[in-house]
Design a protein around this ligand. Structure first.
Ligand SMILES: *[C@@H]1O[C@H](CO)[C@@H](O)[C@H](O)[C@H]1NC(C)=O
Ligand SMILES: *[C@@H]1O[C@H](CO)[C@@H](O)[C@H](O)[C@H]1NC(C)=O
Ligand SMILES: *[C@@H]1O[C@H](CO)[C@@H](O)[C@H](O)[C@H]1NC(C)=O
Ligand SMILES: *[C@@H]1O[C@H](CO)[C@@H](O)[C@H](O)[C@H]1NC(C)=O
Ligand SMILES: *[C@@H]1O[C@H](CO)[C@@H](O)[C@H](O)[C@H]1NC(C)=O
Length: 605
């Protein structure tokens, strides 16, 4: 790596004295216009503690990316040769000079090693400081901001600075410009008496040629159970080993707890052979696990019941990550919180054997996540992929964008101060290193109207041929200016996403959202991994290159969804079409076909 010594660093070096190191003048590192719908209320309390999270550059990330694509490309000779934790860390570690410069800067503010927490690769440093010190370090002023719609509060700034000599040694500092909108993707929620009446028990099964036995119970049209998923996705009769090292994980945020009593009721209802089994609970940064049945979370219960119900006896893990990004200034919160994905990433990256299939049903509007931060979080997901972990994310519940809640306009605006109308994709599903899962409904399957889809402002190369096939069919000028046709396209795949029958606080409810689709798809991936691990084949890891290769070569691996659209932002959204589309991606999985592809001679392509 080239060593760049700025005039200022030279000037500092020339000051040969025992005097404390002087800093270069501060220069703005990042600045954003006031984010839409947030208003500045008052200066932040000076003694409020925040945890600064500092990202040091990863000068060899392009190397990690090369390894990632090689070991994830089924046509490559290195397919499946995932990297070890140590190999990945070596590829994202910062230059020693960056570590040294940042250490000096922190020390000049009285922050020495014992105050710091470092990621395993040393590419992130965290330190708790009072607002007064953060303001000095970043030459900024923090304020309490209020969201005008939901009255949430957050402590942030729209601009921060760093000494000029540090600009090349620090990618970003948060919390500063990140006005996050993290939310669960469990959009529809009804008590089961509000769901459409199930067809009578003796209604004839629905003919679905790709399903197990070519038929699916009629009841699955309006009530999704574990058995429905097994039938529809051709997985009836597959018995995972559960003892070959395979695991599945579910992440939980926003103080959502998966209730064990509800899980047992669910098992009694839908998976009696799993009764008495449970999952491993892991607390990340003090994430709670309140098992009081009233505290059960709809999102967490849905994710856990379907992911673990589909994959029993594969060992399951539920991660509860602390932090509710909207900060409540009236509550005595000891520390303000950061974007929790990175807390979870730090944690899971530090573990030698994370689950090989992990589902997350939470996301932010991409435009509320500064690109600097999105890139670094996305790079973290790439590290897990290189280690053989498949990451599934719900694609979103607002179609091409949630829009304003004013039903008259339903417009979607950019967050950059220009009030430009634009579709709003979600992050992390927009990260090219994760698998984004959209939604379907009914049997035979059609796209569900809320299925998040569209085009990100991040880049994702491997799907371009599919995307151009779609875009070429789109009438010229369709939604011109509303989306970035060169961006990473969302979603990659889909699964059922409505009328899921689960237990919540002791009651049966029917729930939907791409929140249902992601753990379902992750469950199918865990079953595929189980079949592979039993044959001593490596886990599937970063899935997308494989999924698109299957889409191109073995179209029967997915059930193509061609009916439906995903309205949003006051438009009808995109249409589900033959082939890939920005509503349901490649389609829903056919486990039986996929298993033969990933375990049979076809595995070599
Ligand atoms: C499934 O339910 C939908 C919506 O209620 C209905 O339009 C459709 O006809 C049903 N399909 C079958 C096969 O019964
Ligand atoms: C679960 O535990 C109960 C009580 O210990 C027992 O009666 C039952 O057989 C167990 N069920 C299974 C499937 O292991
Ligand atoms: C946890 O559950 C108990 C009841 O068991 C309740 O009183 C308490 O408020 C809950 N704690 C949190 C942090 O939600
Ligand atoms: C954007 O819209 C908000 C209200 O939603 C308005 O207050 C603001 O002036 C607008 N800004 C521009 C640049 O049009
Ligand atoms: C979706 O399909 C309808 C009906 O064929 C058509 O009128 C509409 O233009 C299509 N929309 C897009 C965005 O392709």
């Amino acid at each position: 790596m080239r060593t760049l010594i700025t005039w200022c660093a030279l000037a500092l070096a020339a000051v040969v004295s025992a005097a404390p190191a002087k800093e270069c003048a501060h220069k703005v590192k990042e600045s954003i216009p006031p984010p839409r719908l947030w208003v500045k209320e008052r200066p932040a309390p000076k003694d409020l503690t925040i945890e600064l999270r500092i990202a040091l550059p990863q000068p060899n990330f392009f190397e990690l990316e090369r390894h990632l694509y090689e070991v994830s490309d089924p046509f490559h000779e290195r397919y499946g040769q995932h990297l070890s934790k140590e190999e990945v860390e070596a590829l994202v570690t910062p230059h020693p000079e960056s570590i040294h410069s940042v250490n000096e800067w922190l020390a000049s503010h009285g922050l020495t090693e014992s105050a710091l927490t470092r990621s395993p690769a040393n590419d992130w440093v965290r330190v708790k400081v009072p607002i007064s010190l953060a303001e000095k370090m970043l030459d900024t002023e923090y304020h309490v901001w209020r969201h005008t719609k939901d009255d949430n509060y957050i402590v942030r700034t729209t601009s921060y600075s760093l000494p000029e000599n540090l600009h090349e040694h620090i990618d970003l500092v948060q919390p500063t410009t990140l006005f996050s909108t993290l939310r669960g993707m469990d959009t529809t929620f009804r008590f089961s008496q509000d769901t459409p009446a199930p067809l009578s028990a003796d209604a004839p099964p629905i003919n679905i040629p790709s399903a197990s036995g070519g038929k699916v119970d009629a009841s699955c049209n309006t009530t999704i159970t574990i058995s429905c998923i097994q039938q529809l996705y051709n997985a009836v009769g597959f018995k995972p080993s559960g003892k070959n090292g395979n695991q599945i994980g579910i992440t939980g945020y926003l103080e959502q707890f998966a209730n064990i009593a509800d899980l047992q009721s669910f098992y009694a209802d839908q998976r009696p052979d799993a009764l008495n089994s449970s999952f491993k609970f892991i607390s990340v940064k003090g994430g709670l696990n309140n098992q009081s049945i009233e505290e059960a979370g709809a999102e967490a219960n849905l994710d856990v019941q379907f992911a673990f119900g589909l994959t029993h006896p594969i060992p399951g893990t539920f991660y509860s990550t602390a932090g509710r990004p909207p900060f409540k200034p009236d509550v005595l919160t000891p520390t303000n919180t950061n974007e929790p994905y990175t807390d979870w990433l730090d944690f899971v990256l530090s573990h030698p054997n994370p689950p090989q299939s992990i589902s997350t049903s939470y996301a932010d509007d991409e435009q509320t996540v500064p690109e600097s931060f999105a890139k670094r979080a996305c790079n973290g997901f790439a590290q897990l992929g290189a280690r053989g972990v498949s990451l599934m994310f719900s694609s979103g519940d607002g179609g091409v964008g949630d829009g304003d809640s004013d039903p008259a306009t339903q417009q979607c605006f950019t967050n950059d101060g220009r009030n430009k109308t634009q579709f709003v994709p979600l992050f992390p599903p927009a990260c090219p290193f994760v698998t984004s899962v959209g939604g379907t409904v009914h049997v035979p399957e059609t796209a569900v109207f809320f299925s998040g889809g569209g085009f990100s402002n991040l880049v994702g190369v491997y799907i371009l041929s599919f995307v151009s096939q779609f875009l070429n069919k789109l009438p010229k000028g369709t939604y011109a200016g509303l989306f970035n046709p060169k961006g990473r396209a969302i979603p990659d795949v889909a699964a059922q996403a409505d009328f899921f029958r689960i237990f919540l606080s002791g009651r049966i409810i029917s729930i939907g959202g791409t929140s249902a689709a992601s753990p379902t798809f992750a469950g199918i991936v865990a079953l595929l991994n189980d079949a592979r691990l039993s044959k001593k084949l490596p886990s599937l890891g970063f899935l997308n290159p494989l999924l698109y290769a299957i889409g191109a070569n073995f179209p029967k691996g997915f059930n193509d969804i061609t009916i439906g659209n995903n309205p949003g932002c006051g438009t009808p959204g995109f249409n589900a079409t033959k082939g890939w589309d920005p509503v349901t991606g490649l389609g829903t999985p056919n486990f039986g076909v996929l298993k033969d592809i990933v375990t049979g001679p076809l595995a070599r392509f």
